[in-house]
Ligand binder design. Structure first.
Ligand code: ADP
Ligand code: MG
Ligand code: ZN
Length: 424
């Protein structure tokens, strides 16, 4: 979106109109019905059934990483419990109750941020209020977000209400860190674990949204956004907002790359290939190129760690555990590049990449540090398999003099696991 600037430096009426008419995609496309919620079918099915059978719990706990639908489903559940024209457990979004809850304007449905109301006093107030009969709905509902932030005494106060809840009271707790919630609370809630969304599910959703918004985007652009969101639909929509404000209603993968500032996988693959083929010249020149283009060094090392992690899995016959984040063409490329490497080799490279990630983050000379780490990785690993070693031993026994003389002649000491002899 392009917002014209007022000459006075303050926003003029036109600016304000433009600003107020623009709603971020995540808010605009918040699911209005249960069937709009993606990737949480197991949860939606259970919740809808409990509504249909009128088996409403007095406390629900929604856990899961950010941007996977916890708040959205909490609001939908609140609407479904209050809606006056409920159909097949779906809220109508048209009655007074639905409209008020959608606008966060209902007296009986309160949303509280656990992170900023951590103390026992806030919970005591909730405890007292939930006892009153609802004003205009059937239920009095408290949605408490980031509930793990409550203090111990606040949890204790909450526990008392959960033990003897009023018939009209419903708590919906949401958290990104369920491990921090006392077991006593958890055991009184009906718990739901929200899953991260798959790359495919995110891609399909943002494709649908771009179409409805009249935006044209290439498939690989949407795929890239979906993959970078790491399971969070909200993150993908925020990224989509950013890309649209940069490139307008038409964008490609290059626009996405420019906006999100991530390093193209193909460059990371090229570096990994040069490591595997012991080609330091290529590795270092690619690294310099990334530096010149202003990339974040952390993203480069993160990329390398991921590539070698994937290779470790693949070389150990565990590629099915890598999940759907790895498209077929990447699997093929990884397979090809590691054809002549042993499982022990890729494992060693993984540890070296991991080490490089740690060192570069700590160092004030992060790119130089990465250069040296890459140089070290480009040296051929010294990982003989046990059978190789046995056959070598056997040949040693047969011709001891040859190997021994070679060793004596070597001017450089060798590190046990790193032929380069370089320590970092
Ligand atoms: N499972 C989902 N299905 C559809 N949209 C989703 C889903 N998860 C997140 N979103 C989108 O992201 C926005 C934020 O989601 P939200 O429910 O607030 O996530 P959470 O509470 O888990 O952080 C929503 O308004 C919606 O646009
Ligand atoms: Mg939320
Ligand atoms: Zn309704």
């Amino acid at each position: 979106m392009c917002v014209p600037r007022a000459t006075t430096g303050r926003l003029n009426e036109g600016d304000l109109k433009l600003l107020s008419s623009y709603q971020v995609l995540a808010r605009k496309w918040r699911p209005a019905t249960f069937s709009d919620v993606k990737g949480q079918d197991h949860i939606i099915k259970t919740i809808k059934n409990s509504i249909l059978n009128n088996r409403i719990a007095s406390a629900y706990l929604f856990s899961g990483t950010r941007g996977v639908g916890k708040t959205s489903v909490a609001r939908l559940l609140a609407k479904a419990l209050c809606c006056q024209n409920l159909k097949d457990a779906e809220p109508c979004n048209q009655c007074r109750s639905c409209i008020e809850i959608s606008k966060s304007a209902s007296i009986d449905v309160q949303e509280i941020d656990g992170a900023s109301n951590t103390g026992v006093d806030s919970v005591r107030e909730i405890r007292e209020n939930i006892m009153y009969q609802p004003v205009s709905e059937k239920y009095r509902i408290y949605i408490i977000d980031e509930v793990h932030m409550l203090s111990t005494s606040a949890f204790n106060a909450l526990l008392k209400t959960l033990e003897e809840p009023p018939a009209h009271g419903v708590f919906i707790f949401a958290t990104t860190e369920p491990a921090k919630i006392p077991q006593t609370i958890i055991s009184r809630c009906q718990s739901f674990d929200f899953k991260k969304l798959t790359v495919e599910a995110i891609k399909d959703t943002i494709k649908d949204i771009t179409t409805k918004e009249g935006i044209t985007a290439t498939d690989d652009a949407l795929y890239t956004i979906a993959r970078e969101a790491r399971g969070s639909l909200r993150d993908s929509l925020s990224a989509l907002d950013q890309v649209i404000s940069y490139s307008g209603n038409n964008f490609t993968k290059d626009d996405v790359k420019a906006v999100l500032g991530f390093v193209d996988k193909t460059v990371i693959f090229e570096i990994a290939k040069s490591i595997i083929t012991n080609d330091p010249r290529t590795a270092l020149s690619l690294n310099k190129k990334l530096f010149d283009e202003g990339y974040d060094v952390k993203k480069v090392v993160d990329g390398l760690v991921e590539v070698f992690k994937n290779l470790v899995f693949m070389k150990n016959g565990l590629e099915d555990l890598l999940g759907d984040a790895l498209p077929d063409h990447e699997v093929n490329e990884l397979k090809q590049m590691s054809q002549n490497a042993s499982p022990a080799d890729v494992e060693q490279w993984f540890y070296m990449a991991h080490n490089a990630a740690e060192e570069t983050v700590r160092s004030s000379y992060s790119w130089t540090m990465l250069d040296v780490c890459l140089l070290s990785m480009c040296a051929k690993p010294n990982n003989d398999s046990i059978s190789d070693l046995i056959s070598k031993l056997n040949s040693c026994e047969k011709e001891p003099s040859k190997e021994q003389t070679a060793e004596k002649k070597s001017p450089h000491p060798q590190y046990p696991n790193n032929q380069s002899g370089m320590k970092y």
